[in-house]
Design a binder for this molecule. Sequence first.
Ligand SMILES: NC(=O)c1ccc[n+]([C@@H]2O[C@H](COP(=O)([O-])OP(=O)(O)OC[C@H]3O[C@@H](n4cnc5c(N)ncnc54)[C@H](O)[C@@H]3O)[C@@H](O)[C@H]2O)c1
Length: 324
Amino acid sequence: MKNILIVGGAGYVGGAITDLIQQANYNVRVYDALLYEDSFRKPVDFVYGDIREYEKLKAQLKWADAVVWLAAIVGDEACQLNPELTKSINQDSVGWLADNYNGRIVFMSTCSVYGAQNSELNETSPTNPLSLYAETKLNAEKLLKHKNSIIFRLGTLFGVGDLYSRIRLDLVVNILTVRAFVEGRISVYGGDQFRPLLHVKDVARAVLMNLESENNGTFNLARQNVRISDLAYQVRMHFPDLKIETTNRTFQDTRNYRVSSKKAEDIFGFKSIHSIDEGIEELKHLVETRRIKDLKSPRYSNQAYLKEHYEELMFKVFKEVEVA
Ligand SMILES: NC(=O)c1ccc[n+]([C@@H]2O[C@H](COP(=O)([O-])OP(=O)(O)OC[C@H]3O[C@@H](n4cnc5c(N)ncnc54)[C@H](O)[C@@H]3O)[C@@H](O)[C@H]2O)c1
């Protein structure tokens, strides 16, 4: 196996995966519609395209021995902006992939498929998607069931994945760190809810370990389950003057779950090596050294960016696909 197509590889997770796979001497090609980027400057083969431009994508699939499928509308609020569009990207395109590709597939799903549940969850636990995002990801998983595919249900990611790709500041560790720096205070709503967390570079390691493995099926991937209130105090270890406000207001995001990654540990020896403290330090370094000019720019939040550029995306980028 040599040729790896990374679909949606220009995004946050794609940056880390692309680098690691390339370092491992595979031929890497990224296929992406650059929803959030003005350019793709990483020195890697690149094909611009929407995943619903099936003929264009088919030609790339012919080249690929394995496909890492990352392209999606990512996040609960971003998915709500246009439910039909979300379904066609997150779900229907995966159905098309299942029908048109017989090579190895590495697919990213999310632990959000578990919704709110009290016990520690493994891959046989019942699912309970509370958002369109989680629902479309769960449906996509089902479409890949009989393929040569491995599906990772990722916890909420954090940290810096590579030197080029857009950082996401709509993810809990990243956002709390930036707020700690900018505002000197963070508000935690409720704070009792658990979230499984994982460094973005650890995802890349799991992908590399499984490009050529025979492991199929669903695997949870997280480093640890953390209470949001505890996370706030962990951020304060890096910003000693930080003020933490806890309010009892019901947190809008009803997700609350803890997951076990034991299956990944037992079957392919997965162990995360990048800590939450490391992620916080990476974000702290980014902001302290002023490498992000405008931290308030919508570019760093999927929902904010898609909302601000909605017309342009709908009537230029996506319209092209419908016409094609
Ligand atoms: N970041 C997280 O915390 C997290 C957690 C769980 C699961 N995931 C999953 O990991 C994957 C990658 O997430 P991310 O954080 O990198 O998101 P991202 O939004 O940064 O990247 C998604 C990429 O897909 C591309 N894309 C979207 N729609 C497309 C289309 N129609 N055609 C072509 N390209 C398209 C975008 O341009 C972007 O480069 C997603 O499938 C997501 O569901 C991420």
